[in-house]
Write a new protein. Structure first.
Length: 177
């Protein structure tokens, strides 16, 4: 995800100066040479601006919005797996708890006695698996929140860039007239 981050304002300012100078091909080359969702959205906008049949502002705006949705879905595509594991970890810990309790009751049944030493092994398994499930869920939750904050920051950058691109395209359109 760090590869997706760029200095959006600087990038858009450089594109704006290229567009203002009428160097759309160089702007497209710059977007192709830059990684990340902002560059991809910018590339689509520059290609529309360069196209003779798709350079009206409404078409460019639709193109920017569609590409922003595509790039946003790429950023979030694997987050559902993390939430699945966050939900499953405590359940697996609880399953271990049940298995540990079954082991303890099995030993009680075989021994015919409820002494602490007979029950201790099963209880130990039950507690260890519960702890493991909770710890895994907590670690994954922190990791998920970190990723989510990065995705939100990138989404904010994409929205900022989209607005700047539209302004840039409107200015370019007015200068052609």
């Amino acid at each position: 995800m760090s590869l997706a981050q760029i200095n959006t304002r600087k990038f858009c300012a450089e594109l704006a100066s290229l567009v203002a100078a009428g160097k759309i091909e160089q702007a497209i080359a710059k977007t192709k040479a830059t990684r990340g969702p902002v560059a991809q959205i910018s590339r689509k906008a520059m290609e529309c601006l360069n196209s003779t049949d798709q350079n009206d502002i409404a078409t460019i705006e639709r193109t920017i919005n569609m590409e922003a949705e595509v790039q946003g879905s790429y950023l979030e595509e694997n987050c559902s797996w993390i939430t699945l594991f966050i939900a499953m970890a405590p359940s697996l810990g609880f399953l271990g708890t049940v298995i540990g309790m079954v082991m303890a009751f099995d030993k009680i049944q075989k021994a015919g006695d409820i002494s602490p030493t007979v029950v201790a092994g099963g209880m130990k398994v039950a507690l260890i698996t519960t702890i493991f499930g909770i710890v895994v869920a907590l670690i994954l939750q922190v990791f998920y929140n970190f990723i989510l904050s990065r995705v939100e920051a990138l989404t904010g950058n994409m929205e900022e860039a989209a607005q700047e691109l539209l302004v840039m395209c409107v200015r370019s359109d007015k200068s052609k007239k």
